[in-house]
Design a protein around this ligand. Structure first.
Ligand code: SF4
Length: 415
């Protein structure tokens, strides 16, 4: 990647942009539907389903985390939460044989015990050796082999590990002390499970992040086998404001933050990874990258996917669902989710133009080529972000780092 060109484009296009993994984003929802209408919409639908299950539990807070997290609950409390998840599933009155993909996110899903996973899967009516593909987010500092072998028997095909950085000083200052040897052992064990996808989540823009983070990460890449890496920008989280003054001196400038992104991206591209969209890299021989080349890759709320179902039901506190016509977010406060009737924090029924935009954003971030009637700014073409061939548009290799900005400029032309 050409560094000068990359920074010219960053200077021109940098501004906060959403992730566009569903549309419209929550801040644009009109709350124009009811829980009753939501259930009726889902009940009228009779095809394949995907499930997202939110497990909010973590041992302690990492000081950058914007997820919906509940700190260290006792087993009784976790069991109660699992019962509520199962109850929420039963309210849909769906056949578990219609479930195609399950995504378990958090929080730290692997903080559940083996018996809690069994309780959850039994309650959902899942059978092992079924055709479901199971994806899970996990903390690489606590991979229990027995638990993951159990998950494998339920179709585990994808594990996403939150690593964030590899420099001890960086990890300590963000409240996430990590033993790299444990992480390597975890990855090497997971590599034996014949997964379709084994990915790492990393952050850039963290305090103290510099040369050591890059060289150690380069060393790690040489010792492990993974298929994907996602780079996420560090962003201030309101509830950790008290920490930020302590970081002030070691916090990178905006320029340095993007330099770190550029250096990580170049490192990945030199090690056989390909950029699909901003911050998302897949190994060139991975199943997901091959699907991308063959135009079979797509995107859901949960990230890139090969075989997503038209409907995703989100179970658990703050979980987002994507129905045939509407988006729904569950209650965001843990105690309310646990002790109130199943309801929803908010529901938005999409208009036709929003549906079109959502389809377009999915294509933009997961297809090699797309057609559209939407207005594409000429500047995106003259800046080398997009090329036009007859009626088809193609995002260039460099342009893939700016997919969110393309989406934003197109959204701006519509709204
Ligand atoms: S980063 Fe992961 S482990 Fe840390 S608080 Fe957030 S969800 Fe929990």
């Amino acid at each position: 990647m050409n560094k000068e060109k990359f920074f010219q484009l960053i200077e021109k296009y940098h501004s906060p942009a959403g992730r566009y993994n569903y549309y419209p984003r929550i801040s644009q929802w009109k709350n124009n539907s009811t829980v009753e209408q939501w259930y009726s919409e889902v009940s009228d639908y009779s095809g394949d389903l995907d499930l997202y299950i939110h497990i909010p539990f973590c041992e302690k807070f990492c000081h950058f985390c914007g997820c919906n997290v509940k700190i260290a609950q006792k087993d009784d409390a976790k069991n109660l939460y699992i019962e509520k998840l199962i109850h929420e599933w039963t309210t849909y009155k769906k056949d578990p044989r219609d479930i195609k993909n399950i995504f378990i996110g958090g929080g730290t899903p692997n903080s559940l015990t083996l018996s809690q996973f069994k309780k959850l899967f039994d309650g959902l009516g899942l059978k092992n050796e079924s055709k479901i593909t199971l994806s899970i987010e996990a903390d690489p500092r606590e991979i229990n082999r027995e638990k993951f072998l159990f998950l494998k028997s339920y179709g585990l095909s994808s594990v996403s590990l939150g690593l964030q950085d590899v420099d001890k000083d960086v990890l300590n200052i963000i409240g996430r002390p990590t033993d790299l040897e444990t992480v390597k052992d975890s990855i090497n064990f997971l590599s034996t499970l014949d997964l379709e996808n084994l990915s790492l989540d990393m952050l850039y823009g963290l305090p103290k992040q510099g040369e050591l983070s890059l060289t150690k990460f380069k060393g790690l890449l040489e010792e492990i086998e993974i298929t994907a890496i996602s780079l996420y920008p560090f962003a201030n989280v309101p509830w950790f404001q008290d920490f930020y003054p302590l970081w002030e001196e070691s916090k990178p400038s905006v320029q340095r933050k993007y330099e770190h992104y550029f250096e990580l991206s170049s490192l990945l591209e030199n090690n056989g990874f390909k950029t699909i969209s901003f911050g998302h890299f897949f190994k060139s021989d991975s199943k997901f990258y091959k699907a991308f080349v063959e135009n079979k890759l797509t995107r859901s709320i949960m990230g890139h996917s090969i075989n997503k179902s038209p409907v995703l039901l989100g179970l658990g506190v703050s979980a987002i669902s994507s129905g045939p016509k509407s988006l729904k977010q569950n209650e965001k406060i843990y105690e309310n989710y646990l002790f109130q009737d199943i309801g929803a924090q908010s529901i938005h029924t999409k208009g036709q133009s929003e549906e079109n935009l959502e389809d377009f954003f999915i294509s933009l971030s997961s297809k090699t080529m797309f057609t559209t009637n939407l207005q594409i700014d000429d500047e995106l073409i003259s800046d080398g972000i997009i090329t036009k061939e007859n009626d088809n548009y193609r995002v260039t290799d460099l342009g893939r780092h700016f997919v969110q900005h393309i989406a934003k400029s197109i959204e701006k032309n519509i709204l």
